[in-house]
Design a protein around this ligand. Structure first.
Ligand code: GLN
Length: 481
């Protein structure tokens, strides 16, 4: 019997090892929850028929005394833009509704080797573009804390699956905040690793200079276990590198805080930040005010570079190579009909903006300019993290300017939706790792909604995020449920 709601990977691993529960029982527990809750919450687009079969194989392995890996029997929800051999992968787009993956993404291969069980694929904003999961072609996902609200996005299915106890862990992807913001809205831990730390082979690309795959999990330790499993150099993604192992445990860290514009940020989020500062101070770290003068240009910069890359990445979906072909009068007609039918409104908007900023007349004014600004933002972070005395070891910011908003609240105003990303996009533009931690609640309409704290560290210093994250968890003893 699995009595304990909201198990962690660590706890479940011990129970599996001691034989207290079997992988099959664990999988069945989540399948039952999915059956009960998914119709309402719409996190899963598909539950895999072979989930129990996968679990049975793990049990057989364990019984025969084999080492089945660090994630043996742990049931995962997988974002619908990560390929699993033989399964559909639609990126929540109509254009890919009939597409079946012909190979495993590298992260899936690694999870498989580590013994993970794949429960199913979960909902997202179409091609990962959005901050609420309302851009899915298959209906929005709801926030389990309050079903009138969004779970965040684009990895909203992953966050809801976890928060509603329909999985023990999940994978998401983060191009501008899509792991961290839904984790923040659903009271989970979400990690965007350093650019180049986790292979994107088998990830349906959104914006290739920004995309990273990462875990959404219940605790920092769980996120760390998953990260350690999926990271690493991969010849199939040439942006990946294996950094030198840096394992210096530093007791007293310097944490940078920014004087960000508090207007437009929910007052409870500002309060949450004050509490976080107080907590880090209490556990013995030094707090230091820093300035990143170009940070304020992150959002406009992101909303030029990202659509530029989106427009070229999505060019392959023409109904010939991929996608449900809708036939027109001639080849051009095929393209127009297929893409007209297959892409949703937001996807079309971004493909158009991207094509515009890359067009010969405007390329320098927009795209080149944005890349120059990106370099300046990078320099800001380099200066803050440099080796001199003035350096800091980490920077803290809110994950999002507010708690989960209502379904439909921002769908008519794309700019309002884009403002959700104000605190998250800089980590993608600069490539540094960032984590979102459950950091408190805001009470709204009689419901307690989770808030997220974001910690940003220098390139390849996920270890700092894990150290600070664990300290924060312990010091706060936040009861999430
Ligand atoms: N919300 C952001 C956007 O709409 C981030 C998306 C993402 O990280 N995939 O672009």
């Amino acid at each position: 019997m699995i009595e304990q709601k909201n198990l962690t990977i660590e706890k479940a691993g011990m129970k599996l090892e001691s034989g207290e529960i079997s992988a099959l029982q664990l999988t069945q527990y989540y399948l039952k929850n999915i059956k009960e809750k998914n119709t309402k919450l719409n996190a899963y687009l598909e539950v895999f028929q072979d989930a129990e079969e996968q679990a049975k194989k793990i049990d057989e392995g364990i019984k025969s005394g084999k080492d089945m890996g660090p994630l043996a029997g742990i049931p995962f929800a997988i974002k619908d833009n990560i390929l699993i051999n033989g399964k559909s992968a639609s990126a929540s787009s109509k254009i890919l509704e009939n597409y079946k993956a012909t190979y495993d993404a590298t992260v899936i291969e690694k999870l498989r080797e580590a013994g993970a069980v794949f429960l199913g694929r979960v909902n997202m904003d179409e091609f990962a573009m959005g901050g609420s999961t309302e851009n899915s072609a298959f209906g929005p996902t709801k926030n389990p804390y309050d079903e009138r609200r969004v779970p965040g996005g684009s990895s909203g299915g992953s966050a809801t699956a976890l928060a509603a106890d329909m999985a023990l862990a999940a994978l998401g992807s983060d191009t501008g905040g899509s792991i961290r913001q839904p984790a923040s809205f659903c009271g989970e831990v979400g990690l965007k690793p350093t650019y180049g730390r986790v292979s994107r082979n088998g990830l349906i690309a959104m914006a290739s200079s920004l995309d990273q795959i990462g875990p959404i999990a219940r605790t920092v330790s769980d996120a760390e276990i998953i990260f350690n499993t999926i990271k690493g150099k991969d010849p199939l993604d040439l942006t990946t590198i294996e950094p030198k192992e840096i394992k210096i445990k530093i007791d007293k860290l310097k944490i940078g805080i920014l004087n960000y514009n508090k207007n437009g940020v929910d007052k409870d989020v500002n309060k949450m930040m004050d509490n976080a500062l107080e907590t880090f101070h209490r556990v013995g770290h030094e707090i230091k005010e820093i300035e990143l003068p170009y940070l304020k240009y992150s959002l406009p910069c992101y909303y030029i570079i990202m659509p530029a890359e989106v427009s070229s990445n999505l060019a392959r979906f023409d109904g010939v190579k991929y996608g449900a072909l809708k036939e027109g009068e001639n080849l051009l007609g095929d393209y127009l009909k297929t893409r007209g039918y297959g892409f949703g409104k937001e996807t079309k908007r971004r493909a158009m903006i991207g094509t515009y900023v890359l067009s010969s007349g405007y390329y320098d004014a927009y795209y080149t300019k944005a890349q120059e600004v990106r370099a300046l933002i990078k320099k800001d972070f380099e200066n803050a993290f440099n080796e001199s005395n003035e350096r800091v070891d980490a920077i803290i910011l809110p994950t999002a300017p507010e708690a989960a908003f209502k379904l439909g609240e921002k769908t008519d105003n794309p700019l309002k939706m884009y403002l959700e990303d104000i605190f998250t996009v800089s980590a993608n533009l600069t490539g540094v790792p960032a984590i979102s931690l459950p950091a408190g609640f805001k009470e709204l309409d009689g419901v307690k909604l989770p808030l997220g704290l974001q910690i940003i560290a220098p390139h390849f210093r996920e270890d700092i995020l894990f150290q600070l994250g664990k300290e924060f968890e312990n010091a706060n003893l936040i009861t999430k449920y």
